[in-house]
Design a protein around this ligand. Structure first.
Ligand SMILES: *Cc1c(COP(=O)(O)O)cnc(C)c1O
Length: 955
């Protein structure tokens, strides 16, 4: 039995405060509030079958024991995952630092300048190494980045090409199998034909619009694609290179031989393998294609004082505006990992990265030399880090495997007569000698010990990189640890994270990411495991994964779970692909209509489009509820081709719609399945669930409801849970057995997605237990309703449930504020920064509103500070209206106020400096100074600059 219950640490309010809060709400018990909030017919009749909660200490012991079951062998498997040394200064100050890992996607630029700079460093590093003109700040992994490139090339077809029906993508066969899988999965619903072949023999017919090649190729060969690319371009065919980021330090950049797009993974820049993820994928391209680029781009702009300021660029292209026409469904990406990879480049600089690349190459060359001397045939001619060995008659891969396992070494066994190995930053001379011994033993010979690694380059000179990279100041200034630590801290101090104050972003669930849940992430038992190791080396991981899948199935009321998708939106796509496969399997493949409410998150229609579905919108009524009659009409109208209905529950308006079961019946009666967007699962856990309500599939955002931190915009984990009839279609993987027997092909590179962050969710569930999980949900609803009750009379809450309650979040209406007060929801968001708060979700799902989700983890004191702030801001609005404050020159319009402005010798505003910076007494105790004044988004988009070069001038 736990001596200290975790639930009382996870939840903010103290037991003794709850009675007061309930009184403010106007109920006498939590049960009464839940009765008024969650409709009776969908309430679970009994507690969920999750074991009793354990203490923090007990969890620590448990996860240690699980970690010990993973065997850390030395993996030379390669295939997209390599050993790397995370610089301790980055590990301690970023990876293990809640100021970095608990921040949100930098939508509010003024209080996010630190991570925006870290991310623009990442972009610059990718641009430099690939030689491209523009890069985004991360995709989910290498395989999905390749699939994004495919869709991007498809989207870039000329009008004539579209008319001619150019629909074929050429893919060179010398590509990692998991990458090919993900491309094939994505190609099918997009109607793209994939022509797989040898680049050197390829007949690029008139139907081809794009080509994808790997560089160096999957077998390690560095290939000169210059001629191939020239020929392709003559036929208006674009070429994407999947490029190994480290190799580019010493081999020609893809842009230098003509590639149009470069994609890949930045894992080996200091991010542990972690059994497959999370790692930051990258995509870089020509400037001319920037508007078709998927994912987030950070750009340089100016603030209202004319100083340089960073912010997310081209935001207008995002899913919320473009919906099903969006360039991609990427929302959460891999920000924290991109930050780490970018910092790795900052720390090492050009010389360091070159040194690491040469170290890797020299050891590969030594291994090749040793094995050749033992009589083995190296079939890779020009290589960077990977060699393929063709075994002679009489020696089988299995023989090598047996001996290697005795020495705790893993290679990639490609075929009976082929072994492949990849080297990395951390390889040593001793390891090369061990490898030689393994092969010598198999050949019944003895290997001579090498005593030294030659520093020569063994590939043909024509492949060598001659151009320099990472010449920007930031990559050349922080090479001592003291300087590096201070640089990281300097950026950290510019950002608001959960270490400072509550982040009440509705729909994003910024709850506690408990320290004990995070500890295992740094352990090598989780970090140093390659995703393709034999299963008996990953028993700890597999046990954790199995139990977690079971727990998530119980929590969602479903039958089976896939952990493969790396974000909520990736989960949406995966879930919809499973639905699609279900219909195809039943010979009803023509079912391709997805009904989606107008209030849905933008990723919903974007994901449906990716799954090849046609979107039909269903309206919401004046109370914000889905118009059931409209749904009925649309479902009946499309009954012959209805694939599914996508619904968020409680709705994106924060309401548990009473007629949800009826809606599901309507969809089912018309042959469709129900997809539930689980982003709002924090209001359901332990009280109700998608399976019980009657849905067929849902995704979860483990980085919302289940305590994985947001990392400034990723990592995310978006598992899907499905009912029994869909389990057989769960995504598979070509190298590791996973998914259903009729599973769709992989949706991510790694079999279990971002496996290394799963201990967080595992710990969250184990520590809370059934009772604690329900209590957390109840507290989230109490906290939201307490806020709603206290803000009543000051703000209008746009939508409420049938009994006048909100769910776990609420929308404050500011739609008339412009007219009434001459200030809008954006002004309030910026003014909140002066009070030390991050804004709630701005203008989603309704324009000019603020959606507040306090979560269960915020204490009564913090809620009260936020309430006091919101009331004070309302007072400031009233001052504008009454004429007490100037219509233009007021605290709201000028927010946020920087320290520079407040302390300047000159102060010309009609209000005082104290009113600007310390409007409430307690702010001084914990004052947060925005690094820049209000950022001009339009200026940045009109003058798009996405590298850190211009920052040099003001550093
Ligand atoms: C966050 C969210 C998503 C997208 O999840 P990501 O992990 O960011 O891809 C989808 N739907 C809703 C309602 C969300 O709040």
């Amino acid at each position: 039995m736990a001596t200290d219950s975790f639930v009382s640490r996870h939840n903010g309010p103290r037991e003794s405060e709850i009675a007061y809060m309930l009184k403010q709400i106007g109920v006498s018990s939590i049960e009464e509030l839940i009765d008024q909030t969650v409709p009776k017919p969908i309430r679970l009749p009994k507690p969920i079958a999750i074991s009793e909660g354990i203490s923090e200490y007990e969890f620590y012991k448990k996860i240690k024991a699980i970690a010990a079951k993973n065997k850390i062998f030395r993996s030379f498997i390669g295939m997209g995952y390599y050993g790397t040394a995370t610089p301790a200064v980055i590990l301690r100050n970023i990876f293990e630092n809640p100021s970095w890992y608990t921040s949100y996607t930098p939508y509010q630029a003024e209080i996010s300048q630190g991570r925006l700079e870290a991310l623009i460093n990442f972009q610059t590093m990718v641009m430099d190494l690939t030689g491209m003109e523009i890069a985004n700040c991360s995709l989910l992994d290498e395989a999905t980045a390749a699939a994004e490139a495919m869709l991007m090339m498809h989207g870039l077809r000329s009008r004539a090409a579209v008319k001619e029906g150019k629909n074929t993508l050429f893919v060179d066969e010398n590509i990692f199998p998991q990458t090919l899988d993900v491309i094939l999965t994505r190609a099918e619903p997009a109607g793209i034909e994939v022509q797989l072949g040898k680049y050197s023999e390829a007949e690029l017919g008139s139907s081809v619009f794009g080509a994808i090649v790997q560089y160096p190729a999957a077998n390690g060969e560095i290939i000169d694609y210059t001629q191939f690319t020239e020929d392709a371009h003559k036929q208006e065919i674009l070429v994407t290179a999947i490029a190994d980021i480290l190799s580019l330090a010493i081999i020609k950049a893809p842009a230098e031989w003509g590639a149009d797009i470069a994609v890949g993974s930045t894992q080996r820049f200091g991010v542990p393998m972690g059994f497959g993820g999370p790692h930051a994928g990258y995509l870089a391209t020509r400037d001319a294609y920037k508007r078709q680029m998927p994912g987030r781009i950070i750009g340089v702009s100016i603030d209202s004082a004319g100083n340089k300021a960073l912010r997310m660029a081209l935001q207008t292209r995002e899913q919320h505006i473009k919906r099903e026409k969006a360039t991609s469904n990427i929302c959460t990406a891999q920000a924290l990992l991109a930050t780490m990879a970018g910092m790795y480049a900052v720390y090492h600089g050009q010389e360091g990265i070159k040194r690491i690349a040469n170290h890797t190459h020299n050891h590969a060359a030594l291994a090749a030399d040793k094995l050749e001397k033992l009589g083995f045939k190296i079939t890779t001619k020009n290589f960077f880090d990977t060699i393929e060995i063709t075994l002679p008659v009489g020696i089988k891969a299995e023989d090598i495997r047996k001996i290697a396992l005795e020495k705790e070494i893993n290679f990639f066994y490609k075929a009976d007569d082929k072994v492949q190995m990849s080297f990395d930053e951390v390889v040593t001379l001793e390891e090369i000698n061990s490898i030689a011994e393994i092969f010598a033993k198999a050949a019944k010979k003895s290997a001579e010990k090498a005593t030294k690694v030659e520093t020569k380059v063994v590939f043909e000179p024509k492949f060598a990189r001659t151009s320099s990279f990472l010449s920007e100041k930031v990559f050349n200034h922080y090479h001592s640890e003291t300087e590096m630590m201070r640089y990281i801290k300097k950026l950290e101090r510019k950002d608001i994270s959960l270490t400072h104050s509550m982040i009440s972003l509705g729909s994003c669930t910024m709850k506690l990411n408990a320290a004990v849940e995070m500890l295992p992430l740094s352990w090598s038992e989780f970090g140093a495991i390659h995703p393709f190791v034999p299963s008996n080396q990953a028993e700890g991981y597999l046990e954790l994964i199995k139990e977690l899948e079971q727990d998530l199935a119980i929590i969602t009321g479903f039958h089976a779970v896939s952990l493969q998708p790396n974000s909520g939106a990736a989960g949406e796509y995966a879930g919809l692909m499973v639905i699609r496969q279900y219909h195809i399997h039943r010979s009803e493949g023509h079912r391709n209509v997805a009904i989606i409410p107008t209030s849905a998150h933008g990723t919903n229609p974007a994901s449906a489009a990716m799954a090849g579905m046609d979107i039909v919108l269903v309206a919401c009524d004046s109370k914000g509820n889905i118009d059931v009659e409209d749904l009925r009409q649309k479902a009946e109208e499309h009954k012959n081709d209805l694939a599914c209905f996508m619904v968020t529950y409680p709705s994106t308006h924060g309401i548990f719609e009473g007629r949800i079961k009826e809606m599901m019946d309507i969809v089912h009666k018309n042959g469709g399945l129900v997809y539930m967007d689980g982003a709002n699962m924090n209001a359901q856990v332990g009280i109700t669930n998608p399976g019980f309500i009657g849905a067929d599939v849902c995704h979860l955002n483990l980085h919302k409801t289940f305590a994985i931190p947001h990392g400034g915009g990723g990592p995310g984990v978006g598992p899907i849970a499905v009912a029994k009839h869909l389990a057989e279609f769960l995504p598979s993987h070509s190298l590791v057995k996973t998914g259903g027997e009729n599973g769709i092909m992989a949706v991510s590179a790694a079999p279990f997605g971002s496996a290394s962050v799963l201990p967080i969710t595992y710990g969250y569930i184990k520590m809370l237990g059934a009772d604690g999980l329900r209590k957390a949900t109840e507290m989230a609803i109490v906290n939201a309703n307490y806020l709603a009750a206290r803000l009543q009379g000051h703000y209008t809450i746009l939508y409420k449930g049938e009994m006048g309650r909100v769910g776990h979040e609420m929308i404050l209406d500011a739609q008339n504020f412009k007219k009434e007060y001459d200030a809008d929801a954006t002004d309030i968001s910026k003014r909140l920064m002066d009070y030390g708060f991050h804004a709630p979700t701005l203008s989603f799902p309704v324009h000019d509103t603020l959606m507040i989700e306090p979560t269960e983890s915020e204490s009564l004191q913090e809620l009260d500070r936020f309430i006091e702030t919101m009331i004070a801001i309302k007072g400031e609005l009233e001052e504008i209206k009454s004429g007490k404050a100037d219509k233009e020159d007021n605290v709201l319009k000028n927010a946020p106020h920087t320290a520079l402005e407040i302390t300047a010798d000159e102060w010309k505003h009609p209000y005082s400096r104290t009113k600007a910076a310390y409007p409430l007494a307690w702010i001084a105790e914990n004052k947060f100074w925005p690094a820049v004044a209000r950022v001009d988004n339009g200026y940045g988009d009109r003058n798009l600059i996405c590298t850190c070069a211009p920052l040099d001038s003001y550093k």
